[in-house]
Design a protein around this ligand. Sequence first.
Ligand code: HEC
Length: 182
Amino acid sequence: MRNKSPLRPALTAGLASLLIVAAGYGLAGPERVAFPKGYQTWIKYTVVERPDRKIVRNMYVNPEAHARAKAGEPIPDGTVLVMEDMKVDLSATGTPEIGPDGRFVPTGEVVGLFVMEKQKGWGEAIPADKRNGDWDYSSFAVDGTVRPNLNTSGCFSCHLSRTGERDFTFTYAKVLLDTAKR
Ligand code: HEC
């Protein structure tokens, strides 16, 4: 689907560099990371419970990429990872309820979507000391609008700490590695 036309990558790179000059690299991401339409039908590869935020974070990967991903190798170009933050049921004292399965009980209310996407050459638009390989980042509300005042430089700085075979991901490469070990 993406970059079918040979012009697309050149145009994208050109646009990205213009944006960098105009507004800093923080704005490069939202321009090229698309809203992950239909992500609910993708592969939900893990769930992270966050009692501090009273949410669960449902993690999705697009199936085409997941089929090609192998533990210990760089995650393939075209990979899209979506983190869906969802509220959980709370007790009278405001702590997360625990369901019969021992897990938090999601309410279904999504409070935010965080997306990281990897495409060949994307990292070239990012300053070398911030670059996360070829990953770029964005964040959306459920209606598909980009978060107001989004600045993706924080995404780059924090994810930069997941080096080597983690490929800048906190959960995805780890799940691949853990699954391979079993
Ligand atoms: C302070 C550190 C920090 C910042 C800043 C940050 N993240 Fe993350 N991110 C995490 C952690 C930690 C996880 C794993 C989930 C958890 O423990 O809550 C994660 C998970 C993710 C995931 C799921 C894939 C993975 O790596 O596990 C995506 C997608 C993601 N973040 C996107 C973003 C985006 C987009 C931004 C910026 C708007 C961002 N993150 C900013 C720390 C950060």
